[in-house]
Design a protein around this ligand. Structure first.
Ligand code: ADP
Length: 495
């Protein structure tokens, strides 16, 4: 199948978050399934620099952009960068200037990106290639389904699949943007582009895409409810029949304790001996008291309200006070949460080890060296860290929400007896509920002579969250779109 995969980020061309990981590893997995998948991204400076075998090509006649064609590093996936200097050749982040403020012309920049994607889809750049399907990701590509809408263009067009990676970022702009972008005035109503008197790029995709996906089955259900729908639950309920939850995969080439180059000792389910050496190394690195027996709890993540770091602090404080646990944390984000985390480390020297910042090797060392991994996220579309911790034999303690609910099997007595348990989950997202889950976890750890703890570790390590199953699910969804396309395209051309 000919698939154009459109995203604003792809590792290792340009990355600000999890979107980049998915936009690299999913196309690579589809390529391994012999699909003709090609990526299109804005030509940000770092993307242009990192592109392999970069070759300039002309854009469509009179277009203000040209193409930079090449390959995604470490793969055979072809990439087209939209080389539009006025919009994308800027220092700073893809979305904001170095002072942290959003670029004031983001609506124009990503409307421009969407129009360039449409031009590629119609082969206006003379590539001799047109996609049968376009897979769009997040609001930056949100206008594409609208621009390709057959009821407006009356011409045959590729099918569109739109993936929500985080509903919290919607691409909202002032009402006047509608005219500035020459978008159809008749679409200015709440069933189309208007969101509380603002123009919503995300909504354009949710209304006009042929199919919608998000990154876990539970999050797909949750976002149809007012509590988690961020104002878009009504639109999502209206599209319920076309909304699918497909879990993200893990790239086990990077995240496997049997071959991880960042950790002190390698280990696997067959030989767990190295885990103790990683615990000792982590205690040394973070200035924790050397102690092989005290439960060491780890956390890695952006320090924002979503991730529940405040719940973690409150639930762990009495356990630290009682000398029952150690804590190892790495993360950065909101200043208030960073300061509170630093204060906890100062209050319990030798028991709390913290690094404020982004540190990829330390993230691996915490996954490998901790006994338990804490992920009390208030909401979590998919979550990757709990998937890593399962593979590292570090049972996760999670709030039963979104992708966390879909990937962790709670250590209830029944699940323990059946040998299916992989971690500990709690609900609601309260300090008391997290505290209760921690007590259960510490109880099982203290009784580890009975073998149940090791079974919990091994069951988690054996779970496979690689891309195979998810890439197959995307491919099946793509295929479902195509026959309907012929029918609708025929109907459209008959109009
Ligand atoms: P989200 O995408 O919401 O940030 P995920 O759990 O899906 O959460 O993915 C986060 C990714 O970023 C993981 O690979 C995690 O290890 C990494 N990460 C987050 N914060 C840090 C940090 N401070 N240092 C190193 N890696 C981090």
């Amino acid at each position: 199948m000919r698939i154009l995969f459109a995203s604003s980020e792809a590792y290792s061309l340009v990355k600000t978050g999890g979107l980049a990981d998915v936009s690299a590893s999913l196309p690579a997995a589809l390529r391994r399934r012999r699909q003709d998948v090609r990526l299109v991204l804005p030509g940000y400076p770092e993307a242009c620099r990192n592109l392999v075998d970069a070759t300039p090509r002309p854009g469509p006649d009179n277009a203000p952009w040209q193409l930079l064609e090449g390959r995604l590093p470490g793969t055979r996936v072809p990439v087209y960068l939209i080389d539009w200097p006025e919009y994308f050749q800027r220092a700073g982040n893809p979305y904001s200037a170095s002072n942290g403020m959003d670029w004031p012309d983001n609506a124009q920049r990503f409307a421009g990106f969407a129009r360039a994607i449409v031009a590629l889809a119609r082969d206006e750049a003379g590539l001799d290639w047109t996609p049968e399907l376009i897979h769009l990701n997040d609001w930056q590509t949100g206008l594409v389904p609208l621009l390709l809408d057959p009821e407006r263009t009356g011409i045959e067009r590729p099918r569109t699949v739109f993936t929500i990676h985080n509903l919290a970022y919607q691409g909202l702009f002032p009402a006047s943007t509608l005219q500035e972008l020459n978008l159809p005035a008749d679409l200015w109503h709440p069933e189309a582009l208007e969101f509380h008197d603002q123009l919503s790029f995300m909504k354009a995709a949710l209304v006009f895409a042929d199919a919608i996906t998000t990154v876990s089955p539970t999050y797909a259900r949750e976002i149809q409810e007012p509590a988690s729908g961020m104002g878009l639950d009504g639109v999502l309920r209206a599209r319920a029949a076309d909304l699918h939850g497909i879990l993200n995969g893990v790239d086990y080439r990077d995240w496997d304790p049997a071959r991880d180059r960042h950790i002190a000792a390698r280990y696997s389910a067959d030989d767990l001996a190295g885990k103790a050496a990683n615990k000792a190394a982590l205690q040394t690195r973070l200035g924790l008291e050397p102690d092989p027996d005290i439960p060491l709890l780890g956390h890695v993540g952006r320090m924002v309200e979503q991730k529940g770091v405040d719940l973690l602090h409150a639930a762990c404080t009495p356990l630290l006070e009682a000398g029952r646990i150690q804590l190892a944390l790495v993360g950065s984000g909101q200043k208030d949460l960073e300061h509170a985390t630093g204060a906890l480390a100062r209050a319990y020297p030798g028991r709390v080890g913290v690094h404020i910042g982004y540190d990829e090797p330390l993230a691996h060392q915490i996954e490998a060296g901790a006994d338990l991994f804490l992920m009390p996220s208030r909401f979590e579309p998919c979550g990757l860290n709990q998937l890593y911790s399962l593979r590292y034999g570090t049972p996760p303690v999670v709030h039963a929400t979104g992708g966390l609910a879909d990937t962790v099997v709670d250590a209830t007595p029944d699940h323990l007896d059946a040998g299916t348990a992989t971690g500990f989950s709690f609900s609601p997202d309260s300090v008391a509920a997290l505290g209760g889950a921690l007590e259960r976890a510490l109880g099982l750890y203290a009784a580890r002579g009975d073998g149940r703890w090791e079974q919990l570790m091994r069951t988690g390590m054996a779970r496979d969250f690689g891309w195979n199953a998810s890439a197959d699910a995307y491919l099946a969804l793509y295929r479902e779109q195509l026959p309907r396309r012929s029918r609708r395209a025929k109907a459209a051309s008959a109009l």
